[in-house]
Design a protein around this ligand. Structure first.
Ligand SMILES: NC(=O)c1ccc[n+]([C@@H]2O[C@H](COP(=O)([O-])OP(=O)(O)OC[C@H]3O[C@@H](n4cnc5c(N)ncnc54)[C@H](O)[C@@H]3O)[C@@H](O)[C@H]2O)c1
Length: 350
């Protein structure tokens, strides 16, 4: 006998298809701004969150990570991988899904795809941070690494920081051609470049977003001039960095959660006590952001669990009243909560 699951068994599930519909329903730029607002709001209440460096399982090919956090009322986690070789086999470098649950009874309240959502939240975080750190009137960005994240990074800088022009560079010209094509008609000047140096001409913001499971040097010391803001996205694992140590030494470094960034970020190349500023304190006004026009500011982004929590909160709030989710029969709900076995037995009765 098969009975329809009760409402207590059901958890709203946002598929990739529905996530894409949600983005188009809201509009990508308004959604990036909305996500940035949710992330900024959670950075403001940073101290009340449970925080731990993400739990990483490394292999020769890549990494699989779990990213948990809780604000005391809601618990969230994301499953995410990073496999730089994947694109050669027609697979994404990064895929993800995540969940929110009620701390009071432990019941999940949302299950969602997070591959698209991670690209959106990473971009929203970058632009939210650049709003505080980039030089005043920044209008041009070098976008180095033109893979899956790149258009999101670019559009968030437009939507949140008023970017006018992007200069694209990738070691693979096909990636640059793809990004240029995707960004056409979205209200930005798009310039394709054939060297990283060319991409940085006239840029006040430099975003590095490459994927390589090794120490890479995307920016050498002599490539970076005074006064720029560097948004370093791709160095996010032990042994996987993008910037020469000289660039780090000349920069004022801003991070999400130092305990995680010292393991995974660009600063793994520095001594463990190298000074860094936590972004939540800049946002709260308890630490200084950019202090002068010639300063090189560096956001050593690795991606932290609270950003995913904020993104899932945003999705939970914005699917309400829409049909952009499926009710998934995820939780067992026997009539008598202690009769799980009886529920199973009754399910075999013809
Ligand atoms: N900080 C975060 O929160 C966060 C979030 C998501 C992804 N990431 C990281 O961002 C990076 C990019 O992710 P993606 O999904 O766009 O990957 P992707 O594989 O789709 O794209 C990476 C691009 O980098 C290019 N590239 C590699 N080496 C280069 C070099 N030396 N110079 C210029 N270009 C180079 C590749 O050709 C490719 O086009 C990854 O390393 C990923 O782990 C970070």
């Amino acid at each position: 006998m098969t009975l329809a699951p009760s409402h207590k068994a059901l958890v709203p599930f946002v598929s990739v298809d529905n996530m894409m519909k949600l983005v188009h329903h809201i509009g990508i730029e308004p959604m990036l701004r909305g996500l940035a607002d949710y992330i900024e709001a959670d950075f403001r209440r940073w101290e009340l969150f449970d925080k731990t460096p993400r739990i990483a399982s490394h292999s020769e090919e890549g990494v699989i990570e779990l990213m948990p956090t809780s604000d005391g009322e809601v618990y969230g986690f994301k499953y995410v991988n990073g496999h730089p070789k994947n694109t050669r086999e027609g697979l994404q470098t990064v895929t993800a899904f995540g969940l929110l649950a009620n701390v009071g009874n432990g019941y999940p309240v949302l299950l969602s795809e997070m591959t698209v959502l991670t690209a959106l939240r990473t971009a929203a975080t970058s632009a939210m941070v650049a709003k505080y750190l980039a030089p005043k009137g920044a209008h041009t960005m070098a976008m180095i690494g033109n893979g899956a994240q790149s258009e999101f990074q670019t559009l968030a800088m437009k939507a949140i920081c008023g970017l006018k022009s992007v200069r694209l560079y990738d070691i693979d010209p096909a990636a640059t051609a793809k990004a240029a094509r995707n960004l056409r008609g979205l209200g930005l000047e798009v310039v394709s470049c054939s060297t990283p140096e060319e991409s940085m001409e006239g840029a006040q913001i430099i975003t590095t977003c490459t994927a390589d499971k090794q120490y890479a040097t995307i920016l050498t010391d002599n490539m970076v001039g005074a006064g720029v803001h560097i948004n370093a996205i791709g160095g996010d694992c032990p042994g996987k960095t993008e910037l020469a140590p000289g660039v780090l030494q000349r920069s004022t470094i801003f991070v999400e959660y130092p305990e995680q960034t010292r393991i995974e970020g660009e600063i793994q190349q520095l001594s463990p006590d190298h000074p860094v500023t936590e972004m939540w304190q800049v946002i709260n006004g308890t630490a200084k952001g950019r202090s002068h026009a010639d300063e090189i500011t560096l956001f050593d982004s690795v991606g932290f669990a609270i950003e995913d929590f904020s993104a899932l909160r945003y999705v939970r709030d914005h699917i309400a009243g829409t049909d952009l989710f499926l009710d998934l029969d995820l939780l067992a709900d026997p009539d008598d909560p202690r009769d799980l076995f009886g529920m199973l037995q009754r399910a075999s009765t013809p």
